[in-house]
Design a protein around this ligand. Structure first.
Ligand code: G4P
Length: 527
């Protein structure tokens, strides 16, 4: 297969949802259809159970599983489909944000009873910032839930998406009979308990008059469906692929992942419409996947499970050209050449060494501490990929060294954990004290535990009263200098030496903004 064909065959996407909406179940069913796994249950649940938020073994278990499920590849209708795993747990939200930089499209799973939940809102916001094409799957129709139109309204309002349903449910819960597939114009009948591997479907082009509809779902539900579809046709725009690709319209499907129902419709539509590898922006220029020179970036770093071996796996998305094993590539930040003898692809629990990889592919590179999140590898060109920002953390603690004899280990451990993106480190200008900022409380436990087990260092955390860390910039150098001088007490530097304003409260932030109109306050590190 030539380069162009390999490129055209790739579809790389992520599934995002609030925990428990059914992301793992849907992933598993997609892999079953693709033949990548043979039995249900092969994809281990990658979530931390709510009851175990500070259970270290649970964190370790989670880390092990999430290496295995970082990328899951399967083939379907001649396409190579890569699903990138996104942790649903909110404490790992930053991991998910970064993974979303490596996908070309997204499927959002929503629980029919719960509707749009907070984590979904946050994640979709990140997708919308980048106009990532989104397909919505409303799950658990075998249970009672919200009315279809109510859900679509909620999705439009809370997620800011313009939707167009491509399937429509017939009843729900006990009365759930199936869906009408608007994309293919056919009736798909539901049989509970996931017995069917191939759903039973009946082609109906004339919904209004075809009596088979009444026979299959009963007169009442048939009448309900007819009137629903009339509204659907009137209210929602016809599906247009270009608009979907621009992130302007999101098709919606209904189904029940656990019963393997509605998943095939979703997959068939996905392979028809989802984008292949998209161009990526760098500070220097736009990178087209068709370019023959290889370029890629690291979006995730995973520490080894075995503390005796401190190597890590850096996950790299190939953005252009062909990546080849045992070939010298240019590590842009370190300005040196590196080659990789064991680049790895992951699938469910299988690992394989890959000889070559193409745009859209994600490979795991064994790393002994050379990579940071956001690093680029190229054939020599200096490129800095955009769109891998740090987000303003919400929880802060001072880090104190508990063992003065181990201060070197502590410093090294902290630096490496920050490179992995576990949390963010800010150093106060005035005192040189280190502050760790995270998006979730669990990270503090993770840091303490890993520092001890992997680096032999101990630290404790001291509360610090902070509301937000904002990156600051100004066109006017004099104004910037003045600001840094006046607010010295609240100024810190991040890992890249950028200036950060540490606001004690929302009010203090507002006041600083009002008093210093020439200063721009940013809530992500990339502005
Ligand atoms: P997540 O990855 O988004 O967190 O969700 P996951 O797939 O683990 O699903 C969460 C729960 O919802 C699971 O139940 C799963 O079996 C159930 N579920 C998924 N899809 C459907 C569906 O279509 N209908 C119904 N009724 N339930 C569904 P659990 O009890 O938490 O776990 P388990 O013991 O079943 O594994």
């Amino acid at each position: 297969m030539g380069f162009q064909e390999e490129l055209n065959n790739r579809r790389t996407f992520g599934i995002v949802s609030h925990p428990d909406a059914g992301k793992t179940t849907l992933t598993e069913k997609l892999l079953l259809f693709g033949g990548a796994i043979q039995v249900a249950g092969a994809v281990k649940s990658n979530k931390i159970k709510r009851s175990a938020t500070s259970d270290f073994m649970e964190i370790e278990r989670q880390r092990g599983i999430s290496v295995a499920t970082s990328v899951m590849a399967f083939e379907y209708k001649g396409l190579k489909i890569n699903i990138l795993d996104t942790p649903g747990h909110q404490d790992f939200a930053e991991d998910t944000y970064r993974t979303l930089t490596a996908v070309d499209s997204v499927i959002v799973v929503i629980d029919v009873a719960k509707g749009v939940e907070t984590q979904t809102e946050k994640l979709v916001k990140v997708c919308r910032m980048r106009n990532t094409p989104i397909i919505v799957f409303i799950n658990k129709l075998d249970r009672e839930g919200k009315d279809g139109f109510e859900l679509l309204d909620e999705i439009e309002q809370k997620l800011g998406l313009t939707v167009t349903p491509l399937s429509w449910p017939i009843g729900m819960g006990q009365r759930f009979k199936g869906v009408f597939n608007l994309y293919d114009q056919k009736l798909v009948l539901f049989q509970p308990h996931g017995k069917q591997n191939v759903e039973e479907s009946i082609e109906i082009t004339d919904v209004e008059n075809d009596e088979r509809l009444d026979k299959e779902v009963g007169e009442n539900l048939a009448a309900e469906l007819r009137s629903d579809l009339e509204v659907v046709n009137e209210v929602y725009p016809d599906f247009n692929r270009e608009e979907y690709l621009d992130g302007a319209v999101s098709p919606v499907f209904f189904g029940s992942a656990i019963n393997n129902f509605g998943v095939l419709e979703l997959l068939d539509c996905f392979v028809d419409v989802a984008p292949g590898p998209l161009p990526r922006l760098t500070e220097e220029r736009r990178i087209d996947p068709k370019e023959d020179k290889f370029a890629g970036f690291v979006f995730k770093i995973h520490a080894n499970m075995d503390p005796k071996h401190r190597d890590r796996i850096a996950f790299l998305r190939v953005c252009s050209g062909t990546f080849m094993r045992n070939t010298n590539y240019f590590h842009v930040r370190q300005s040196r050449k590196m080659k990789f003898s064991n680049p790895t692809s992951f699938m469910a629990s299988r690992k394989t060494v890959v000889e070559e990889a193409y745009p859209g592919d994600v490979i795991g590179l064994y790393d002994s501490g050379n990579f940071k999140i956001g690093d680029s590898l190229t054939e020599g060109e200096v490129l800095h990929f955009k769109g891998i920002p740090s987000f303003s953390p919400e929880l802060f603690r001072y880090v104190n060294n508990k063992d003065p004899l181990k201060s070197k280990q502590l410093a090294k451990g902290i630096t490496q954990l920050m490179d992995e993106g576990v949390a963010q480190l800010f150093v106060k200008e005035i005192s040189n004290r280190k502050i760790v900022g995270t998006v979730g409380a669990l990270q503090f436990d993770v840091i303490q535990y890993r520092l001890k087990h992997e680096y032999g260092a101990s630290c404790d955390f001291e509360p610090v009263n902070l509301h937000k860390a904002c990156w600051v910039s100004a066109d006017d150098d004099v104004a910037m200098k003045e600001f840094l001088k006046r607010r010295k007490r609240d100024i810190a530097k991040d890992k890249d030496g950028q200036w950060v304003f540490m606001a004690e409260s929302a009010w203090a932030l507002k006041l600083a903004q009002d008093n210093h109109p020439k200063i721009e306050f940013h809530f992500t590190s990339e502005y």
